[in-house]
Design a protein. Structure first.
Length: 560
């Protein structure tokens, strides 16, 4: 057995994780005929989040590594909360991450007839029964850890009577909540999930695929393993929260004598400053705390995509955190690092001014303009260069000028010189203030023989500032996103809604961008020099007005 495995980008080797060790042992022994066939089975009741992204990378990545295939299977057994909108969103997210479901696309609803047949098989073999009790009565009889439960008074019904009642359940002859089908296992079992779990319940709700054909729906624990078996999945990979469900998974497989697929659990992703519950994320959406599932502050894949995350950054992150047997919390800064690392290599460099004040170059002729050459990405020489218009009047960041400064201030101030990025060295002359003392305009002279790349002035400028030509600037709105929660563990102190970060979104209007960004494309992430990485917002940008989202800062500046 090999003990090394390549990372996602193929650049380094790492020890095999425990799932890889198991797969290699299975292949070596000829188990499942040496096949590797995984599946990703999301419920279409919301958008996928970064935790699902890890699961996607694990299931699809391992199948790809070992020459296998992966199925995309929608676990659609709860019609009240599911929709085709979510199905489409899931397809889009998995595809955007760079994976294809070569094993095929399936739905648990594809197997409703077979699952019903399996249930009848359990009834006929005396391993399932119809229970007439209310959910409250069944819960009271369940017992507790260390204390056995009590058998249902309906547990001794004959297979014939149970089969007849189950058929009537299917025919819609009973009201919702009046009867369920339960597996007959052991009401004293140490694992509470093995104490005669529900298999089917009555639910009068229209299904997004089967319409009103069914009024009984299988429970997840019954449908999950049997769907895996039907598809002949060799390695059913899921998060550690389903570890206690594995004995029930195995019990159904054995009781039905069907293809022996096997479940293996790994640690779910727990990320600081982040919620990993679709139900709670839905609450944020429904209460208008965020701008939909794809709000750039959300940990959803659609939100990360809209914010400016790249597929490679998420896959790199998943590879870096690895596959473990124990749950632990990952610092969200590792996810942000993965994005910076990717964008540093691929993002075009541009200039934008978010808090503009006018910078007037007094000794530059009025009406004159020149084109200055600047690199598109110094990390990638093949990215080439572009030209920037330079003139007498420029926009600069208000924060780049101060009147009273100390020796550690390397930006513009009285008596100081700075270089304008890809342009000239300029020296302070004077400035203008409004009635409140706020600086509104700064005046400088440029050093004529100090053009970037041709500087023979001999003047050393310690600071370099970004700028935009006033005559050519593109107006834009820029949205500065930060973490949605101010606490590392939003649920640790009670209601997560009490931990919302009031500064998670700052909207800046009147921003000035270099003219090349008038043609900025949705999906491209740009590095605004000295400010961070930004991308066009696909939801609110229009030809008449661009909106940019900040994906991430240039370095971790979080002070939470």
């Amino acid at each position: 057995m090999s003990i090394k495995s390549e990372t996602t980008d193929g650049t380094k080797e790492r020890p095999l994780n425990f799932i890889e060790q198991k797969i290699e042992a299975d292949i070596a022994s000829g188990k499942h005929g040496g096949r590797v066939h995984t599946r990703f089975p999301p419920e279409p009741n919301g958008h996928l989040h970064i935790g699902h992204a890890k699961a996607i990378c694990v299931s699809f990545g391992l199948a790809h590594k070992y020459g296998g295939v992966t199925n995309l299977r929608f676990d659609d057994t709860n019609p009240e909360k599911e929709s085709t909108e979510y199905v489409d969103a899931i397809r889009r997210d998995v595809s955007w991450l760079g994976f294809t479901w070569e094993g095929g696309e399936f739905y648990t609803s594809d197997y409703f007839d077979q699952l019903y047949g399996f249930a009848c098989q359990l009834i006929q073999s005396g391993k399932a029964y119809v229970d007439d009790q209310s959910s409250e009565e069944m819960a009271a009889q369940k017992g507790a850890p260390g204390r056995p439960g009590k058998n249902s008074p309906h547990r001794s019904r004959s297979p014939e009577e149970n089969l007849e009642l189950f058929k009537k359940m299917k025919a819609g002859e009973f009201q919702e909540g009046t009867r369920v089908l339960r597996a007959k296992i052991d009401m004293a079992h140490d694992n509470m999930l093995m104490r005669d779990p529900l298999i089917y319940r009555i639910k009068y709700a229209s299904h997004h695929r089967t319409g009103d054909d069914w009024v009984i729906y299988p429970m997840y624990d019954f449908a999950h393993g049997q769907s895996d078996s039907i598809e002949k999945i060799t390695h059913s990979l899921c998060s550690l929260e389903f570890e206690n469900h594995r004995p029930l998974y195995d019990w159904f497989i054995e009781a039905l004598n069907i293809y022996p697929t096997e479940q293996t659990e790994f640690a779910r992703l727990n990320l600081s400053y982040t919620l990993m519950s679709k139900r709670k994320l839905l609450k944020l959406v429904e209460e208008g705390v965020v701008d939909g599932w794809d709000d750039p502050r959300m940990p959803t894949i659609s939100g990360l995509r809209r914010r400016g995350y790249t597929p490679q950054s998420i896959r790199t992150f998943a590879d870096r955190i690895g596959v473990a047997k124990r749950n632990n919390e990952i610092d969200v800064s590792l996810l942000e690092w993965a994005l910076r690392d990717d964008l540093n290599r691929i993002a075009p460099r541009v200039m934008g001014v978010l808090n503009p004040i006018k910078l007037v170059v007094l000794n530059y002729p009025e009406g004159q303009k020149e084109q200055l050459v600047t690199q598109n990405n110094p990390e990638d020489p093949s990215a080439g260069s572009r030209e920037l218009p330079f003139g007498r009047e420029l926009w600069m960041e208000a924060d780049d000028f101060k009147v009273d400064v100390n020796k550690k201030w390397f930006r513009l101030a009285p008596g100081r010189v700075v270089r304008l990025k890809s342009a000239y060295i300029v020296e302070y002359v004077n400035h203008i203030e409004d009635d409140s003392g706020k600086v509104t305009e700064v005046h400088v002279n440029y050093v004529k023989n100090s053009k970037s790349g041709q500087d023979v002035s001999g003047i050393k400028a310690k600071g370099t500032l970004h700028w935009v030509s006033c005559a050519d600037a593109v107006d834009a709105e820029v949205r500065l996103y930060d973490r949605l929660f101010s606490e590392s563990a939003p649920e640790a102190k009670g209601d997560f809604m009490d931990c919302l970060n009031p500064g998670s979104l700052e909207i800046k209007t009147g921003c000035k961008l270099e003219p090349s960004l008038s043609a900025a494309k949705i999906g491209t992430v740009y590095q605004f020099t000295r400010l961070g990485y930004f991308t066009v917002d696909p939801k609110y940008s229009e030809p008449s007005g661009l909106v940019f989202n900040r994906a991430v800062t240039l370095k971790d500046g979080w002070k939470g």
